[in-house]
Design a protein around this ligand. Structure first.
Ligand code: HEM
Length: 417
């Protein structure tokens, strides 16, 4: 066999900066590629991604968010043992366990509950912008892109606004634990935060038990439905953790990615500003073009073959939403950002199949409100000069910016219009 022409290293700075040429090579030359260094099998073509998500019996969701193939070091396991088992959650369960959890959680996480959030989200967007509009510059990730989704989720859960900063820190450290590339001491600190988060939600649920609250956590403590037993306290505690982790960093990343993408395609930004009807397709295109969840993980249950490649039982597969979203066989001119493209039903940014994103309507609502409002209230918004202004995060399966220093002209009346 010829030496492999593909240099795939998800942690390499050049790949973090622009992974798309490597994905394109993978799709063309090695659609199922074994990354020996991380012992991950990368599935990069759209059609193969669809096979993986449609065959959960072969491709299990166990450890779906765990990037590392190594077991956690003993001190990390000892720390986690002070809390409750992390699984099963919606994201990392299969079959009947997953079906039951999804049924019970969907009941509390209804489309109506999300639609009712629109005013809260609009107010939160303006409140956040009010706090920095007169400064003329800000790190938009720090001041806007992470607080907004946290404010939305905590409003749904019914937890106090003042807890947002620690919930943000805990959930980000949970992701670092999943990537597991930090030194052991730091991973132990991340594990301590995960246990603190478990305790926090256990307490919050205990306070609601037997009450008549209407927030999502109270709803989780309700009766079972359609022959499914109600959630236990531990199962219910994992739901807000799962929602915060799944629905926080992803939206943060999408806001940063969306701003930078629109600014580097000024004709597309102008097209949306001239015709706000294009906002929904703009949101879908941002998600397709720069998918915040680049890929998630599956564990192969039995020896299998995909695109002619043998994958052994026990292998860890990275099902690559972001590469599938650039597949020319599905999306014409896939590397072009085009706000008139309507790929809402086709793109993979929210996953597909039985695990498809439960929070997609909430994510779409936030992006649809937040991105246009930032451009509206911050005239001539642009990324600040200097290399240190836009810094990418190194969590490779969650693509986006850790810091995004931006500047704008301070409006004469720097107040809400
Ligand atoms: C732009 C923002 C978002 C993106 C790109 C995104 C992406 C995804 C993807 C790719 C999956 C599939 C996981 C898999 O197949 O292994 C997923 C699942 C999930 N997402 Fe999202 N998500 C976003 C926002 C949200 C929000 C706001 C919430 C809730 C607050 C949320 C909650 C969930 C949950 C609970 C699941 C697990 C569903 C299941 O396994 O049955 N997500 N998301």
């Amino acid at each position: 066999m010829n030496a492999c022409p593909v240099q795939f290293d998800p942690l390499a700075p050049e790949q973090l900066a622009d992974p798309y040429p490597v994905y394109s090579q993978l799709r063309a030359d090695r659609p199922v590629f074994h990354d020996a260094e991380h012992d991950l099998w990368i599935v990069s073509r759209y059609e193969d991604v669809m096979i993986v998500v449609r065959e959960p019996e072969t491709y299990s969701s166990e450890n779906a968010v765990r990037a590392s193939t190594q077991p956690w070091p003993r001190p990390v396991l000892d720390t986690l043992a002070r809390g409750w088992p992390l699984s099963p959650t919606l994201t990392d369960s299969d079959g009947d366990v997953h079906r039951r959890l999804r049924l019970l959680v969907s009941r509390a996480f209804t489309p109506k509950r999300i639609a009712d959030m629109e005013d809260t989200i609009r107010r939160a967007v303006d409140e956040l912008i009010d706090a920095f509009v007169s400064d003329g510059c800000a790190d938009i990730i720090e001041r806007f892109a992470w607080p907004l989704p946290m404010m939305a989720i905590t409003a749904i859960l019914g937890v106090p606004r003042e807890d947002v900063p620690r919930l943000h820190r805990w959930s980000y450290n949970w992701l670092r634990l999943m990537q597991a590339t930090d030194p052991v001491g730091e991973l132990v600190a991340c594990a301590e935060d995960v246990v603190a988060m478990q305790r926090y939600f256990m307490d919050a649920l205990e306070q609601r038990a037997g009450g008549e609250g209407t927030d999502l956590m109270s709803g989780l403590l309700g009766a079972g439905v359609a022959g499914s037993e109600a959630l236990t306290m531990i199962e219910a505690m994992r739901v807000p953790m799962n929602l915060i982790i799944a629905g926080h960093v992803t939206v943060t990343r999408a806001i940063g990615n969306g701003l930078v993408t629109l600014l580097s395609a000024s004709d597309q930004l102008a097209a949306v500003q001239q015709d706000p009807e294009r906002i929904p397709t703009m949101v879908e295109e941002i998600l397709r073009f720069e998918s915040p969840a680049q890929g998630l993980f599956r564990t192969v249950r039995t020896d299998t073959t995909l695109a002619g490649v043998h994958i052994p039982a026990g292998a860890r597969v990275m099902v690559h939403w972001a590469s599938g979203n650039r597949d020319e066989n599905v999306f014409e001119r896939a590397d072009v950002f085009d706000v008139t493209r309507n790929s809402a039903n086709a793109h993979l940014a929210f996953g597909k199949g039985s695990h498809a994103c439960l929070g997609a309507p909430l994510a779409r609502l936030q992006l649809k409100v937040a991105i246009p409002r930032l451009f509206e209230r911050l005239p001539r918004l642009q990324v600040a000069a200097g290399e240190a202004s836009a810094v990418r995060d190194t969590i490779f399966f969650a693509r986006g910016f850790k810091k995004l220093a931006m500047e704008w002209d301070v409006p004469v009346a720097a107040a809400r219009t």
